[in-house]
Design a protein around this ligand. Structure first.
Ligand SMILES: Nc1nc2c(c(=O)[nH]1)N[C@H]1C(S)=C(S)[C@@H](COP(=O)(O)OP(=O)(O)OC[C@H]3O[C@@H](n4cnc5c(=O)[nH]c(N)nc54)[C@H](O)[C@@H]3O)O[C@H]1N2
Ligand SMILES: Nc1nc2c(c(=O)[nH]1)N[C@H]1C(S)=C(S)[C@@H](COP(=O)(O)OP(=O)(O)OC[C@H]3O[C@@H](n4cnc5c(=O)[nH]c(N)nc54)[C@H](O)[C@@H]3O)O[C@H]1N2
Ligand code: SF4
Ligand SMILES: [Mo]
Length: 682
């Protein structure tokens, strides 16, 4: 039986290699590729059951045209020709009336493959003259924060933490979100490393740590400033490294004199002695490694978190060691072999940009021209983007024409006028550049597309043809697109082997001798660029969310069987995860007469949700957690976790402050029934 090499496409740092066994055109088995150097033959609780997703009876297999009210999910089957013709008619009419910028594209990383995430869409929407999508739900703020110190977002290879003797997992839930890195953590621990986790929630990663430090959400910069205070005042700075490879040390040193551990204790809730010990151990152990990922960027001061964090391994000279330094997304390193700018449109016409995080405002505000056409692919913004009730109100507009490309009838697809059926990774060609390791993965289609589903690239080609657009660049094949964007890669070998390491040194020690990407080549502890942008030039603490409702709401990733909102549509995944719930500390629950497993209502200006309470000291007092990913139907139609999150932008980097939400929680009667109405418009 043929075994086909592939790579997981999910928006997950692990980009695992897989092997699909195919029998008479049907994929009968999917397992991890044991030869893959990073994922080593293991997948995860989501993708172990990927074939259930591919062959789910709920897969969308033909185009759909809406028949019922928006949001109801009532459609009739349509042919591709009919659906394309309707899109051309409605979009052309909208453009005739308002101009091209009335069209808003919204695509995310539902697949993060090179060509299926974003390629021909750029050319197609440029040709329409559509608005440009700006901003990012994930990663850009972290990158921009680190770049403020280093000049680029480049950091260490996460796998090198196996060489470290002190490991801080800071604002990352490795065992859940980046599970294939965990064996490297255990390798370091077996060799004597201490594993520290810093997180406001006692996650499964925190539970496996040697030391768990629990600051209040959004306060870490105060913790970092106090660590710098200790490191500098106790003369643990690597002065040789700092003198040679950094600027601004004296200004930073003066700035942190007032940041005693006691002051940071007041800001963070972390005992001053713990802060002292952390600083001494971190600066006094070599190699020392900080691993961070995305979670901490979802605050108003999200970029500042990463900017300040990046200063620590400069002060201690941790960058000198293999197994030292700071690792975040390594997506930027793939630039050595992948150039996706080849997909950019040749047109250089200036088109207005709309931040993808502000979708609700874009759909309901008084923009000129208004957004009257929305295209969505690779994402489920009605569930995953903040201020969700406003998005739902916008999607409800009669004068909005919405086109969604999907595998399943998600909350967003329910609002569509036209839905196009999308293939899964087993049915499409792609190359995956990972953001968690340094291997490029090949993905060979293992089976034919199910039903009439098509890869995103084919959707753009069909749309371009339906609009009568001219130009070879709109119709390049998938093979041509892949080949055009790979630089110095032996494509035949990649295809045969399934993976190849990026063309980088075996020992990736980027800043051993400085070489930062700033103008002067030095790490900037004081940043002129930030000052010129009107931002604090030094790492700067701002108290998060002063005032407002009493409880801080986090809406994290929590479910082993979900990937963001993907899989909550599958009963086999949603069922075992046990329904949406709110985690609340017993002290906060007692003062509100809330019992375990009772119905509560959580609310703020954005919306209100009825949920089951889970009493747990996993969350600290003053913080509640409603893991996100569920669709509105799972919430009885009330909305979703993101109905309660703000669309406030991050300080810089174009991200959004999901985790700066405040709420109140009230008890409902003990036997409040679940609201058994079908999901409607929230
Ligand atoms: N099972 C599973 N795996 C996933 C995903 C999934 O949905 N499910 N999603 C994937 C995606 S898209 C991404 S981006 C990655 C994200 O990977 P991570 O960044 O590791 O995950 P998050 O849960 O977003 O955030 C990590 C931790 O940051 C903490 N945090 C929040 N605010 C703060 C803060 O102010 N300070 C500190 N120190 N910590 C804070 C949260 O409590 C959380 O435990 O995971 C990927 N992997
Ligand atoms: N409250 C809260 N909100 C969050 C976060 C959080 O921690 N808390 N995390 C944020 C983060 S880090 C991220 S990355 C975002 C993720 O937000 P989204 O990108 O919206 O993520 P998903 O919910 O996984 O939706 C991906 C969709 O793409 C579809 N899809 C998959 N492959 C393909 C394909 O090949 N073609 C097409 N057309 N569709 C495909 C899937 O069926 C799925 O419905 O969520 C963000 N939202
Ligand atoms: S979702 Fe992540 S961990 Fe699971 S198979 Fe895909 S890349 Fe691997
Ligand atoms: Mo993400």
């Amino acid at each position: 039986m043929p075994v086909v090499l592939g790579t997981c496409h999910h928006d997950c740092p692990d980009s695992c290699g897989w092997l699909a066994t195919v029998e008479e055109g049907v994929a009968v088995r999917l397992r991890g590729n044991p030869d893959h150097p990073y994922s080593r033959g293991e997948l995860c609780p989501k993708v172990n059951r990927f074939l259930d997703r591919v062959y789910s009876p709920d897969r969308l297999l033909t185009p759909l045209i809406r028949t019922g009210p928006k949001g109801r999910g009532e459609f009739r089957l349509a042919s591709w020709n009919e659906a394309l013709a309707l899109v051309v008619k409605r979009v052309s009419a909208a453009i005739d009336r308002h101009g091209g910028e009335t069209v808003l594209p919204w695509g995310d990383a539902g697949t993060q493959g090179l060509i299926q995430m974003s390629s021909l869409d750029r050319r197609f929407f440029a040709r329409l003259g559509a608005s440009r999508q700006t901003g990012s739900l994930c990663g850009a703020t972290a990158g921009a924060g680190v770049a403020a110190t280093y000049g680029s977002g480049r950091g260490a290879d996460p796998a090198d933490l196996r060489h470290a003797r002190y490991v801080i997992l800071w604002g990352t839930n490795t065992r859940l979100t980046n599970r294939h890195l965990w064996p490297f953590v255990e390798q370091a621990r077996a060799a004597g490393a201490k594993i520290v986790v810093i997180d406001p929630l006692r996650t499964i990663t925190a539970e496996a740590a040697d030391w768990f430090i629990q600051p209040r959400p959004g306060t870490d910069v105060a913790l970092m400033l106090a660590m710098m205070h200790v490191i500098i005042s106790e003369e643990m700075v690597d002065t040789d490294y700092v003198d040679r490879y950094a600027t601004g040390f004296h200004r930073l040193a003066e700035h942190v004199t007032g940041w005693t551990p006691e002051r940071a204790e007041a800001a963070t809730g972390v005992p001053a002695d713990d802060i002292r010990l952390l600083a001494r151990e971190y600066a006094g152990t070599r190699p020392s490694f900080i691993r961070t990922l995305i979670g901490a960027e979802h605050h108003e001061n999200g970029a500042m978190f990463f900017r300040a964090l990046a200063c620590l391994p400069v002060l201690t000279g941790a960058w000198r060691d293999l197994g030292g330094g700071l690792a975040r997304s390594v997506g930027v390193w793939s630039e050595v072999n992948v150039d996706d700018s080849v997909f950019n449109p040749s047109e250089s016409v200036d088109r207005r940009g709309i931040n993808m995080n502000e979708l609700g405002r874009a759909l309901t505000g008084d923009l000129d021209p208004p957004v009257s056409v929305l295209f969505v692919w690779n994402g489920n913004p009605a569930v995953t983007v903040p201020n969700s009730n406003l998005i739902r109100a916008g999607l409800q507009r009669d004068d909005l024409f919405t086109v969604v490309s999907e595998q399943f009838l998600t909350d967003t697809a329910r609002f569509a006028d036209v839905v196009f059926p999308a293939t899964t990774q087993l049915e499409q060609l792609d190359v995956v550049a990972s953001w968690g390791h340094l291997y490029l993965g090949w993905n060979e289609p293992a089976i034919h597309p199910r039903g009439e589903s098509v890869p995103n690239t084919e959707l753009w080609r069909r749309l371009a043809a339906a609009f009568g657009m001219e130009g070879d660049d709109l119709y390049q094949s998938d093979e041509e697109l892949v080949a055009s964007a790979l630089v110095g890669v032996d494509v035949a070998a990649l295809r045969a082997d399934g993976f190849v390491r990026l063309d980088l040194p075996d020992r990736l020690t980027p800043y051993v001798e400085g070489g930062f990407a700033t103008d002067g080549g030095k790490a900037e502890l004081w940043s002129q660029a930030l000052e010129q942008a009107g931002l604090p030039a030094l790492p700067d603490y701002r108290e998060p969310l002063p005032g407002g409702l009493p409880l801080i709401l986090l809406t994290p990733k929590r479910h082993t069987r979900f990937l963001n909102s993907s899989y909550s549509v599958l009963p086999g995944h949603a069922g075992p995860e046990g329904g949406p719930f709110l985690e609340i500390h017993p002290v906060d629950a007692a003062s509100r007469n809330i019992e375990d497993d009772s119905w509560i209502e959580v609310h703020n200006a954005g919306g209100r949700l009825r949920l089951k309470a889970r009493l747990t000291d996993r969350v600290p007092e003053g913080v509640v957690s409603a893991p996100f990913g569920w669709q509105a139907a799972d919430h009885g139609g009330d909305g979703v976790a993101n109905s309660l999150t703000p669309d406030t932008p991050t300080d810089w980097g174009g991200g959004v402050a999901y985790s700066d939400a405040r709420v109140e929680v009230t008890a409902l009667s003990r036997h409040e029934p679940a609201i058994l109405v079908p999901a409607t418009a929230g």
